[in-house]
Write a protein that binds this ligand. Structure first.
Ligand code: ATP
Ligand code: MG
Length: 416
C-alpha cells in the first residue's frame, strides 16, 4: 500500500520549515469544499502554507488557500503542480479517482492512501472489509446482498426475502442519502434497480434504528492512534441534521464498543489520517447486539465539526498532524456540545422566498459558534454552514440549541 512505501521515509514536516529550494512547508488538499476549507484553516493556524486543487473558481477552500490550482482531479499538469508545491497531500473529496492518489503517491506522502480511499468509495468493498475485521472489531454490518447483474437480482428476489423491506444503495458515489431507494417487495426492488440504471448496488435490510452514532479516529504513519468519544447523529431526509456530543448522549457500554470497533477498523486498514466510522444502534435484543457498522468516510466528517469548538484539538488539527507526521495528541473534549447543520433551506422562508436568517438573535445566545462556508448561493439541501452550541453543562446546551433551532426553523431536535 502507498502508506507502507512512505512509513520509513516519512520524516515530520514542521510548520514554517523550508526545503532546500527555500520553499515554505506546504500541505495540499484535493477538493475545495467546506471540509477542505476547515482543513486549510487548521493548517494555516499552525503555520503551514496550503494548496487546494479544485475545478471551481469560487470554492470554499480555494478562496482561503495560499494556492488554488483550478483544474480537474485527473489533470496530469495540475497534479504535477500540486506535488511540486506540497510536501504532503490529503483529500477532502471522497470520490477522487484512485489513480489520482496513486500518481501523487509516487512522489509525495498521500494520506489517506489510494487503496483505503478506494475501499471506502465502494460499498461492496467496504462491507467486505467490515466483514474481514468483524472478529476483531466485534461488529458486523446490516445483512445485505450484492446486485451487479440481472442474474444476481433474480437470485436475491427468489432467495433473500429476509432483506425486505430493504434499501437499495448504489455501490459508488452515494452521499447524503443520494443513490438510495427504499423497497418493500421483490417487484419494487426490480423497478428500483432499473431506476438506478442497473449499476452495481447492494440491497441492505432495513433495520429498526433506535439511534445513529459515529466515531472519529486519527492514525499516524507510525501507527499511533487517537480517537474522540462517539457522537450521536440525527439525520433528516438522509442528511445529517444534528450531532449530540456529550457524555450520556449514548449508553456508555455501547459508546465504548463503537470507539473500540472504529479504532480496530482503522488499524486493520493501515489507515493514515482522520477516518469517520458510522454506526447504527438497533433495537435491543436483536441478533446484532445493538451495534451495527454502517459505512466509513476516509476524511474528517460533518459529525465531527463540533470538535472545532468543544475540543482542544479538532478533527482538522488531527488531519494536519497525521499527514505531516507530527505527534497525535489525544484530543480532550472540554465542553458538551450540540451541532446543528445549516442547509440552504435556512435562507428561505416558509413561502419559499429568500430571506436572511436572524443571525443577531442566534449570536446573542450564549455559547453559539457560527461557521459559514463562504458558499455564494444557498440552495435547498446544500450544506451552507453549521452552528455549534457549547456550554457549562448538557442542560444549558440543550436549552440554547432548542432556542437556536426555533429561530432558524431547523428540524431534528424533537428528541432532546
Ligand atoms: P452519508 O451522507 O453519511 O455519506 P450516505 O448517502 O452514504 O450518507 P447511508 O449512510 O448509507 O448513506 O444512509 C443514510 C441514512 O439512511 C442513514 O444515516 C440512516 O439514517 C438511513 N439508513 C441507511 N441504511 C439503513 C438501514 N439499513 N436501515 C435503516 N436505516 C438506514
Ligand atoms: Mg452515512
Amino acid at each position: 500500500m502507498n502508506e507502507e512505501i512512505h512509513v520509513a521515509a516519512m520524516t515530520p514536516i514542521f510548520p514554517g520549515s523550508e526545503d532546500a529550494a527555500g520553499q515554505k512547508a506546504t500541505l495540499g488538499v484535493l477538493g475545495g469544499g467546506q471540509l477542505g476549507r476547515m482543513f486549510v484553516h487548521a493548517a494555516q493556524r499552525l503555520g503551514y502554507f496550503t494548496a487546494v486543487l479544485e475545478p471551481d473558481a469560487q470554492s470554499p477552500a480555494g478562496l482561503v488557500s495560499h494556492h488554488h490550482i483550478q483544474t480537474g482531479y485527473d489533470d496530469p499538469a495540475g497534479l504535477a503542480q500540486l506535488a511540486q508545491l506540497c510536501q504532503a497531500i490529503t483529500t477532502e473529496f471522497e470520490n477522487v479517482p484512485a489513480h489520482t492518489l496513486q500518481t501523487l503517491a509516487l512522489t509525495r506522502p498521500v494520506a489517506p492512501g489510494a487503496t483505503v480511499v478506494g475501499i471506502a468509495q465502494n460499498r461492496i468493498e467496504e462491507k467486505a472489509h467490515f466483514a474481514d475485521c468483524a472478529a476483531v472489531s466485534g461488529v458486523t454490518c446490516a445483512p445485505y446482498a450484492v446486485i451487479e447483474t440481472p442474474a444476481q437480482l433474480q437470485a436475491v428476489q427468489a432467495e433473500r426475502k429476509d432483506l425486505l423491506p430493504g434499501i437499495l444503495k448504489t455501490a459508488r458515489m452515494g452521499y447524503d442519502g443520494k443513490g438510495q431507494v427504499r423497497v418493500r417487495t421483490a417487484a419494487e426492488l426490480e423497478a428500483a434497480w432499473a431506476g438506478l440504471g442497473g449499476v452495481a448496488c447492494v440491497l441492505e435490510k432495513r433495520l429498526p434504528l433506535t439511534a445513529e452514532c459515529s466515531v472519529l479516529v486519527a492514525r499516524g504513519w507510525d501507527g499511533q492512534v487517537v480517537s474522540y468519544a462517539p457522537q450521536r447523529n440525527v439525520h433528516v431526509d438522509g442528511i445529517l441534521a444534528v450531532t449530540h456530543a456529550y457524555e450520556g448522549s449514548l449508553p456508555p457500554a455501547l459508546a465504548t464498543r463503537a470507539r473500540d470497533a472504529a479504532v480496530s477498523i482503522a488499524q486493520h486498514l493501515g489507515y493514515v489520517g482522520v477516518l469517520c466510522v458510522e454506526f447504527f444502534v438497533v433495537e435491543d435484543g436483536s441478533e446484532h447486539g445493538g451495534l451495527v457498522v454502517n459505512e466509513m468516510a476516509p476524511r474528517p466528517h460533518n459529525s465531527g465539526h463540533y470538535t472545532l469548538d468543544a475540543c482542544d484539538a479538532s478533527q482538522f488539527d488531527l488531519q494536519v498532524h497525521a499527514m505531516a507526521g507530527l505527534p497525535l495528541p489525544e484530543p480532550r473534549q472540554h465542553s458538551p456540545a450540540i451541532m446543528l447543520n445549516l442547509l440552504g433551506d435556512v435562507w428561505f422562508d416558509t413561502n419559499g422566498q429568500p430571506h436572511e436568517p436572524d443571525w443577531a438573535a442566534v449570536l446573542s445566545l450564549p455559547g453559539t459558534h457560527l461557521h459559514l462556508y463562504g458558499k455564494l448561493q444557498a440552495r435547498t439541501g446544500r450544506k451552507m454552514g453549521h452552528l455549534t452550541i457549547t456550554g457549562p453543562d448538557v442542560a444549558s446546551v440543550k436549552t440554547v440549541a432548542r432556542r437556536a433551532a426555533d429561530l432558524l426553523g431547523l428540524p431534528g431536535l424533537d428528541a432532546i
